[in-house]
Design a protein around this ligand. Structure first.
Ligand SMILES: Nc1ncnc2c1ncn2[C@@H]1O[C@H](COP(=O)(O)OP(=O)(O)OP(=O)(O)O)[C@@H](O)[C@H]1O
Length: 434
């Protein structure tokens, strides 16, 4: 059986993971996906436009390499001190530090933890603006465009309830707190094909960040790098850093399961264990992380996780029924509950509603908005309305023809959609391409 916790069944054929059961922690190998057509864009690589510095050229069969011919020579001292970190690499692609030689000088916005009443974040074209203020925090009175119920301002963290709070006295399993995820100069390759070029993005605690952009620009790859799923692809490699509240997710001293536990993932296609009961599906992640729990703990965890995922009322009388018997939308919420049960600090969602009907989509979106004081959320979506409804921060990815994906612009979602800085952002959010 493939392991739905680490396998995107939509992208990976069943049974390919090599995981025989839940006790096998991490699938050992994933099949390589076929390459997809790249979006053809006339503009130069966004990083080039923003910084005036040519990007590294990755040509033909050459491994990721130094900048193209127009690039200035790299002084030896610079090369030695190149900050880009090769997290792991196949032997055939030795020079992963090279892309950082010509790194554009833009810095990710240095968000502080969001606070109620913070100023709205304007859109930012990388390399064109100084660090900006934190995004407006979801606060009492804040309402998304879709008119959902306003979530409370980021408050006490999940797993660490305030005395007397709603979870007071509840059994604790694991424990978590809202965290900021910081991606720095992320570049990625599949074999010698570079698909991301020095992407930096801060995803602040308690904020929903949406990643938008045309097909093939590297959004999913970026997302999968954030919780170390990229490395499941045998030909994959990367450079850069991912920091979870300052801790390096790729630290060699850190267990892979810790990263996946802290940074959960919900895939495009709901992937519960179909024959397993709803109750056991919710608890499946505990086995993966080796967490022991009493029966009372489990009962509490199942109820609280299903409640947070907006599914409790619908399934509380049939917890022993198989997960595969639920509707698609319910299955997706079951997967969200399963992710929440291990108390992640960040939840990554890769087009979580693309297989769902509008009603189920709305329920998932409401669920996301209710979770923002529990977990930092990053969502990939092709649905521009959804990005506007659920996210407070947005990043627009683009891969110009023949170049790897990069962020063109990022910032406050509302501002990105109403007054984007870059003409390509304007064209994309207005449906002119993609
Ligand atoms: N396993 C893989 N092996 C080889 N190339 C891959 C693999 N996965 C993705 N790619 C390539 O990496 C590039 C980025 O793909 P990715 O799925 O990250 O883009 P995306 O923006 O998420 O696209 P979509 O919106 O269609 O999901 C594409 O050119 C794709 O073909």
């Amino acid at each position: 059986m493939s392991d739905p916790l680490t396998t995107d069944q939509h992208r990976t054929p069943q049974g390919a993971s090599g995981a025989s059961d839940l006790t096998e922690v991490i699938p050992v190998a994933q099949p390589t996906r076929g390459k997809r057509a790249r979006v053809s864009m006339p503009a130069a690589n966004p990083a080039d436009r923003a910084s005036g510095v040519p990007s590294p050229v990755v040509a033909g069969a050459a491994a990721p390499t130094t900048p193209g011919g127009a690039a200035p020579a790299v002084p030896a001292a610079t090369a030695a001190a190149a900050p880009s970190v090769t997290k792991y690499a196949p032997p055939a692609a030795p020079s992963f530090a090279a892309p950082s030689f010509a790194a554009p000088s833009f810095a990710p916005p240095s968000f502080a933890a969001p606070s109620a009443g913070a100023a709205a974040l304007p859109p930012v074209a990388p390399g064109t603006m100084p660090p900006v203020a934190p995004p407006a925090a979801p606060s009492a009175g804040w309402a998304p465009a879709g008119g959902f119920t306003s979530p409370a301002a980021p408050g006490p963290v999940a797993g660490a309830p305030a005395a007397g709070g709603p979870n007071a006295g509840a059994p604790t399993i694991g424990g978590s707190s809202l965290a900021t995820l910081d991606a720095r100069n992320i570049s990625a390759w599949f074999g010698d094909h570079q698909v991301l070029d020095r992407v930096s993005l801060t995803m602040p605690a308690g904020v929903i960040t949406s990643l938008i952009g045309p097909s093939g620009c590297g959004k999913s790859t970026f997302l999968r790098i954030l919780n170390r799923m990229h490395e499941l692809v045998p030909s994959a490699s990367l450079a850069g850093e991912v920091l979870l509240d300052g801790d390096d997710v790729y630290d060699t001293g850190r267990r892979l399961t810790d990263a996946r536990k802290s940074i959960g993932m919900v895939f495009q296609k709901p992937n519960p264990f179909p024959a397993m009961s709803i109750y056991d599906n919710v608890l499946a992640g505990l086995k993966l992380t080796g967490t022991r729990a009493t029966r009372d703990d489990k009962d509490y965890l199942v109820e609280s996780s299903l409640s947070k995922a907006g599914l409790w009322k619908e399934v509380k009388d049939r917890l022993r029924a198989p997960g595969g018997g639920l509707s698609g939308g319910q299955q997706q919420r079951l997967c969200i509950a399963r992710s929440l049960a291990v108390k992640p600090r960040v939840l990554l969602m890769d087009e979580p509603c693309s297989a769902l009907d509008p009603t189920s989509t709305r329920v998932i979106e409401e669920t996301m908005l209710e979770l923002i004081d529990e977990v930092t959320i990053v969502i990939v979506t092709h649905n521009m309305q959804q990005a506007q409804r659920v996210s407070q921060q947005c990043a627009f990815f683009l891969a110009a023809q023949g170049t790897p994906g990069a962020i063109v612009e990022y910032g406050d979602t509302e501002a990105m959609f109403s007054s984007p800085i870059d003409s390509r952002t304007f064209d994309y959010v207005n449906g002119r391409f993609g």
